[in-house]
Design a protein around this ligand. Structure first.
Ligand code: GLP
Length: 244
């Protein structure tokens, strides 16, 4: 695991965008794995700015998002489909037909997840997977568990995740209780992984991800076993990690 220390959120976003931009420049047909949440918004904005300037072309890129709330339609403002359209897809020259997010509107979990696994595999898995990290060490919506998950599956969100994500909803009762998420094995199939983290509230999860035991109780800890994983995090998020 390579750790890149940044001063703050802005610096983290710029460095992460640089890594994604380099990937897309070197391979214009890249398959990118994408994430939602507050962490990647700055990265997406930076990429959009470079796209406008003609420095980063998404015309031939395809994308697969990690997760989606079960029961939300793509046009629901709380859905991850909507988030991606607003914060990234709508800001760059990507072909929307090449963007993929699990289908939360399909309540048949087995069918929705199997279809997503099929298309991710068909695309050959992401060349680069962008990840945020939850307070309990979750990646995508892979919550702490007795075992690492494999393919796309339906999860019951933990109370801590429902609480953390409620800031984006009118009330905590509006937060869906279930989501479809790529499994840990699918995430590990990406050729490169880029984790971003900012803020003191992520320090414990970042420490456990990078230096704790590899355990499904901290899903992100498995990234220690990935052969090409880079963590770009700010001082606050790295405050519990030893300074190299
Ligand atoms: C959600 C998403 C994750 C994300 C995490 C952290 O639960 N499913 O993919 O990494 O939240 O979000 P944030 O970046 O807002 O802290």
């Amino acid at each position: 695991m390579r750790i890149v220390r940044t001063t703050d959120y802005k610096d983290m976003s710029r460095k992460a965008a640089n890594i994604i931009s380099a990937q897309v420049i070197l391979n214009p047909n890249s398959v990118l794995g994408l994430a939602t949440g507050s962490s990647p918004i700055g990265t997406y904005l930076q990429l959009a700015e470079w796209n406008r300037k003609g420095d980063c072309d998404f015309a031939h890129v395809s994308t697969f998002n990690l997760d989606e709330y079960r029961g939300l339609k793509a046009d629901d403002p709380q859905s991850y489909h909507y988030f991606m359209q607003k914060n990234f897809f709508g800001l760059v020259n990507i072909d929307i037909a090449n963007t993929h997010v699990p289908d939360g509107s399909n309540l048949d979990a087995e069918a929705a997840c199997a279809e997503y696994d099929r298309i991710v595999a068909e695309a050959g898995y992401p060349d680069l997977q962008l990840l945020g990290i939850g307070h309990n060490g979750h990646i995508g919506f892979n919550e702490p568990d007795e075992a690492f998950s494999k393919g796309t599956h339906c999860v019951d969100l933990t109370q801590s995740t429902i609480q953390a994500n409620s800031r984006l909803f009118d009330s905590i009762d509006d937060v869906p209780r279930q989501a479809y998420t790529m499994g840990v094995q699918t995430i590990m199939n990406a050729r490169r992984i880029l984790v971003i983290a900012s803020g003191a509230d992520k320090a414990d999860a970042v420490y456990k991800m990078c230096f704790g035991p590899v355990t499904p109780q901290v899903p992100a800890s498995i990234l220690q076993l990935h052969t090409n994983c880079t963590v770009v995090a700010d001082e606050d998020a790295l405050s519990l990690c030893p300074a190299e």
